[in-house]
Design a protein around this ligand. Structure first.
Ligand SMILES: NC(=O)c1ccc[n+]([C@@H]2O[C@H](COP(=O)([O-])OP(=O)(O)OC[C@H]3O[C@@H](n4cnc5c(N)ncnc54)[C@H](O)[C@@H]3O)[C@@H](O)[C@H]2O)c1
Length: 337
């Protein structure tokens, strides 16, 4: 039987890729989004597909629809966006989760939460296994997101124990790929856009802090595997890619691949910025048969091509290899929505 599936945050970076994957698997997809950071551009290739519907809705308000499965991805994911309105960020995670868990309870639907590696905070354990309970401050500027996501996990497990809701919780580590927002301050998109413009590349701290970068297709594969996993497996389960790079190594790679003339500019580390982040993927491998396949070079190539086209179509000359660039004249917030 064809599954009726909601993707909240379906017009965002990960959500739009997930909608595409579900359509390929013959789901009837309802994309629910308030377009806070998502864009119509991200989903335009799906508009017109009879099995794809879009609903403009803010999940902090209740939602009454009939579905079989819920992927809850709605939440601004980059610090620039989630810190703009921190109270709303906490509401999306807390009120939004309550609304969607209530919907799942009423319908007997399976529900998956897109949680985050940020629940580990600035970790004292490396790499991070799921049983590590993290090192997060409840009062810092990142807390609206980190603690919001932690509270969402609490709600998922309370609905599971108290109301027997069929839950799945994924802890997503740094993911990159086409359709990331060009201006949201995330490290991969930042570096690529700066490199394509031959502008200075901003590194925070010495650039020695590490991150593990997962290409979007691998991450989506993990989410789908988790949703389809045995009903006695709830997670939380880490999803990402365990290959670890320093931020400086990432910058060097992007500069080399774009043939950029950008120089590096070093700025102080932001408050509560984690120094190391790497998923322990043992559980994902064992329970889901999950193994990321896309190398950093292949993933970056696709992402650079995407940003190069995006910047060109928004009226900016930004050749991949060493063309002299003018300063950008576009405003992504206007151009992309
Ligand atoms: N991309 C990553 O590396 C990463 C890492 C960890 C966790 N995650 C999680 O995955 C999810 C998707 O992240 P993303 O990178 O695609 O971010 P994104 O900002 O591109 O997507 C989030 C989407 O949610 C929508 N949204 C925000 N508030 C909403 C609300 N109140 N009601 C309805 N829609 C709302 C936005 O408009 C956007 O389309 C988020 O929950 C994020 O916390 C992402």
């Amino acid at each position: 039987m064809q599954k009726r599936t909601i993707v909240t945050g379906g017009a965002g970076f990960l959500g739009s890729h997930l909608c595409e994957r579900l359509l390929k698997e013959k789901h009837d997809v309802l994309c629910v989004d308030n377009f806070y950071t998502g864009t119509k551009r991200n989903i335009r290739s799906m508009i017109g597909n009879p099995f794809f519907e879009v609903m403009r809705h803010d999940i902090t308000f209740p939602l009454y629809v009939e579905v079989d499965q819920i992927f809850n991805l709605a939440c601004p994911a980059s610090p620039i966006h989630y810190q703009t309105d921190p109270v709303q960020t906490t509401k999306v995670n807390v009120h939004g989760s309550i609304n969607l868990l209530g919907l799942a309870k009423r319908l007997g639907a399976r529900i998956l939460q897109a949680s985050t590696s940020e629940v580990y905070g600035d970790p004292a354990v490396h790499p991070q296994p799921e049983h590590y309970s993290g090192c997060v401050t409840p009062i810092g500027p990142r807390a609206c997101y980190d603690e919001g996501k932690r509270c969402a996990e609490t709600l998922f497990f309370d609905y599971y124990r108290q109301h027997r809701v069929d839950i799945k919780v994924a802890r997503i580590f740094n993911t990159y790929g086409p359709r990331m927002h060009p201006n949201d301050g995330r490290v991969v998109s930042n570096f690529i856009v700066q490199a394509l413009h031959n502008r200075p590349i901003t590194l925070y701290g010495s650039g020695a802090q590490t991150r593990s970068f997962c290409y979007v297709d691998d991450l989506i594969d993990g989410l789908v595997r988790l949703m389809n996993s045995a009903s006695d497996f709830t997670g939380p389960v880490n999803l990402g890619n365990a290959s670890e790079f320093t931020i400086l190594e990432l910058a060097d790679l992007i500069v080399a691949m774009t043939g950029s003339r950008s120089k590096y500019v070093f700025k102080p580390l932001p408050m509560n910025d984690p120094k190391r982040r790497q998923p322990d993927l043992t559980l994902a491998k064992e329970k889901l048969g999950y193994a990321p396949k896309v190398s950093i070079e292949e993933g970056l190539r696709k992402t650079i091509t995407y940003f190069d086209e995006l910047l060109r179509t928004n009226g900016v000359t930004a050749g991949i290899v060493g063309v002299a660039e003018a300063e950008p004249t576009y405003n992504p917030h206007i151009a992309l929505n």
